[in-house]
Design a binder for this molecule. Structure first.
Ligand code: NDP
Length: 281
């Protein structure tokens, strides 16, 4: 039976085995998908051992996405820009690396939430692995602007600089700021994406409510109870709010599609997973 896995540290929380098993059931694919905890110094060795044992592909989560990008023998343009990879596909010695995080977020916003990104003003909070994964696919939707705001402004500057050429070719105003910069505090945005780990840490909201718009959308990439504070804050200010569960299912679907060549029914699986995980929407 074709074998797949998700590697991470920690990994117990991962919903990927459940999601991939449902995709396989609903599309009639025969495969097995497991989760494996990997010691911090053993990522490459663990992946190579899995591949040598016949593994067909894997997902990669924190903190190994950068190592996965380096391990791939061929990378998608998205991985090259993000410098992070969450999906590997094995074909003999050939290891193809893809980043499906941004594809998943865009599909969730555009197809599941019905929120077109073209011409919109977007605030992207955070400049870690998740922001790096989503910035390229967001730029490709041709919003009017994407302003990246991060606690450590240097990381936002580097992230935006790597995407400058793509932003110019898509005609998007893409700039980097600190979280408390006047330009951020004095404006509101059609779409506010919290790609920082503030919700994961149950820390204070990273920006004031002045960034929200009554007819806009606010999305936290976190899901489950940890996302509730952000969702309630946005809704209390009249903004529609969405958590990261749809992104989770859609990025998994893009991995499944890459491995199996079949598109799974994501809306059904998202509805089932939401009933299990989160009453937030
Ligand atoms: P990283 O550790 O790579 O980056 C964390 C980012 O959050 C950094 O920019 C950091 O700023 C910022 N940050 C941390 N704490 C705070 C705070 N208290 N206030 C403001 N900013 C803060 O994490 P990831 O980018 O991988 O993950 C970010 C979030 O996205 C997590 O909640 C994760 O669960 C979620 N995620 C969801 C996915 C999904 O499918 N739904 C997929 C991937 C991630 P600084 O640079 O200053 O340290």
């Amino acid at each position: 039976m074709d074998s797949y896995c998700v590697f991470g540290h920690p990994i117990e929380h991962s919903k990927s085995p459940w999601i991939q098993a449902r995709f396989a059931e609903l599309t009639g694919q025969t495969l097995q998908y497991e989760k494996t905890w990997v010691p911090l110094d053993a990522f490459n060795a663990t992946v190579h051992a899995f591949r040598a044992a016949g593994g067909k592909g894997c997902n990669v989560t924190l903190p190994f996405k950068t190592e996965a990008a380096a391990l791939a023998t061929e990378c998608s343009p998205r991985v090259a820009l993000a410098q992070a990879c969450n999906t590997l596909k094995f074909d003999g010695e050939h290891i193809y690396g893809e980043n499906t995080d941004g594809l998943g977020l865009v599909t969730d916003l555009v197809s599941n939430a019905g929120f077109s990104l073209q011409g919109r003003r977007i605030l992207l909070i955070g400049a870690g692995g998740a922001s790096a994964g989503v910035l390229g696919p967001l730029l490709a939707q041709k919003p009017q602007c994407i302003w990246v705001a991060n606690r450590s402004v240097d990381k936002a500057i580097h992230l935006v600089a790597r995407h400058a050429s793509l932003a110019a070719s898509e005609g998007v105003d893409c700039q980097a700021f600190g979280l408390t910069h006047e330009a951020i505090l004095s404006q509101s945005f059609d779409l506010v994406i919290n790609a920082s780990s503030s919700s994961l840490q149950q820390a204070a909201l990273p920006v004031p409510a002045t960034v929200l718009q009554a007819n806009g959308l606010a999305c936290d990439l976190m899901y489950g109870p940890a996302a509730q504070g952000f969702l309630e804050w946005a809704r209390a200010h009249g903004t529609e709010a969405r958590d990261g569960l749809g992104m989770l299912v859609e990025q998994a679907a893009a991995s499944f599609q890459l491995w199996r060549g079949v598109q799974p029914p994501t809306q059904q699986v998202l509805a089932e997973l939401r009933a299990l995980v989160s009453p937030s929407q």
